[in-house]
Design a protein around this ligand. Structure first.
Ligand code: ATP
Ligand code: MG
Length: 335
């Protein structure tokens, strides 16, 4: 049995069926993310694991034990909430020590432990400051320290970085991953940011309105979305009716839709004749400079396709130019 198991979990708020027959397993020591749009049930699932909500039906297991009806305090789970909530009138030390005091740990041991954890999150120097004297990112790290200091069996992080600017956010993502691996804490991380999910996860579970649309490793989800929703949510897929694409490339595809990642589209001024590629011709209609790549939009008859070209020097294609597109057949996603 996996370390955490949700078995046929349903949750209703009144008539709102918020979790629909969820089956999900997490292995010990893994970091998995729940990724999905606002309101799809991510926080509710975490709260059901933490014991802050009770499931309407189904079972929740932790470490081989049925915890479905256990109270929150008996579950041994640490949580950092969407809005981090430090005690404003307690210092950083007191905030982090809080859970250890409640466990009646001896004073000297508390002091040692708090200092260790603060070193881990890089905040030793702030030990006597108050939350109002810290930046958002520092407060977030205190919240994280407070959650891990009690050595919970499981760490639940509900969008812990949502209030933080892009650069610090990236650093904290890397830091969370490092700490999680160092302490080998089984962690569930909730986010609606696909980049964040990809940086952090062993496994991603993509949520859509109360059910799991697709689960997989980062590369599986990125390169092999199984549904239109998955292809819309992850990567920068161009999604087209297969009939339109067939017309543009002169070959017949029998699926409903095709999804094409911009990085698999090769552009050139001369046609490429490889048998293992679809070939199209089009006119450059737009280009956006993203730093490392240029994203071109190419109009091929009545369909529009994006292509990413690694930026070397200069702008190789300009609007209005005619180009040839070659797309590896095995890379196209048929939906
Ligand atoms: N305590 C509650 N009472 C009634 N309805 C609730 C309650 N908590 C959540 N819901 C409803 O359950 C659904 C899922 O909410 P949830 O907070 O799990 O979404 P989420 O995926 O975490 O969204 P977000 O990304 O915005 O945080 C929503 O429709 C919400 O209105
Ligand atoms: Mg939420």
């Amino acid at each position: 049995m996996s370390y955490i198991v949700f078995e046929n979990v349903n949750k209703y708020f009144g008539t709102n069926h918020v979790l629909q027959d969820i089956n999900l397993e997490v292995e010990k020591g893994q970091l998995v993310t729940l990724l999905g749009p606002s309101g799809c049930g991510k926080s509710t699932l975490l709260r059901c694991l933490a014991g802050l909500e009770l499931v309407s039906s189904g079972k929740v297991y932790l470490d081989g034990k049925d915890i479905t009806d256990d109270s929150a305090r008996n579950r041994g789970i640490g949580m950092v909430f969407q809005q981090y909530s430090l005690f404003p009138n307690l210092s950083v030390f007191q905030n982090v020590a809080y859970g250890l005091k409640q466990k009646k740990m001896p004073k000297a041991q508390i002091e040692k432990k708090v200092k260790q954890i603060l070193a881990l999150v890089g905040l030793e120097e702030k030990i006597n400051q108050y939350p109002s004297q810290l930046s958002g990112g520092q407060q977030q790290r205190v919240a994280l320290a407070r959650a891990i200091v009690t050595e919970p069996k499981v760490l639940l992080l509900d969008e812990p970085l949502s209030a933080i600017d892009a650069l610090l956010r990236r650093n904290l993502q890397i830091e969370i991953r490092r700490i999680q691996k160092e302490l080998n804490i089984t962690t569930i991380f909730v986010t609606h940011d696909q980049d964040e999910a990809m940086v952090l996860s062993d496994m991603i579970h993509l949520f859509n309105e109360g059910f799991i649309e697709q689960s997989g490793t980062v590369t599986e989800l990125y390169a092999r979305p199984r549904t239109k929703f998955a292809a819309t949510f992850i990567g920068n897929y161009t999604i087209l009716p297969a009939a339109d694409f067939s017309r543009a490339c002169g070959e017949t595809l029998t699926c409903q839709d095709v999804a094409i990642r911009p990085e698999i589209v090769r552009l050139s001024y001369t046609p490429n004749l490889d048998q293992d590629r679809f070939h199209l011709q089009g006119v450059i209609t737009n280009s956006i400079f993203h730093g490392n790549i240029i994203r071109y939009n190419i109009l091929c008859g009545d369909i529009s396709i994006n292509a990413d070209v690694v930026y070397e020097s200069g702008m190789p294609y300009i609007n209005g130019e005619t180009v040839f597109l070659a797309i590896k057949k095995e890379e196209i996603i048929e939906l």
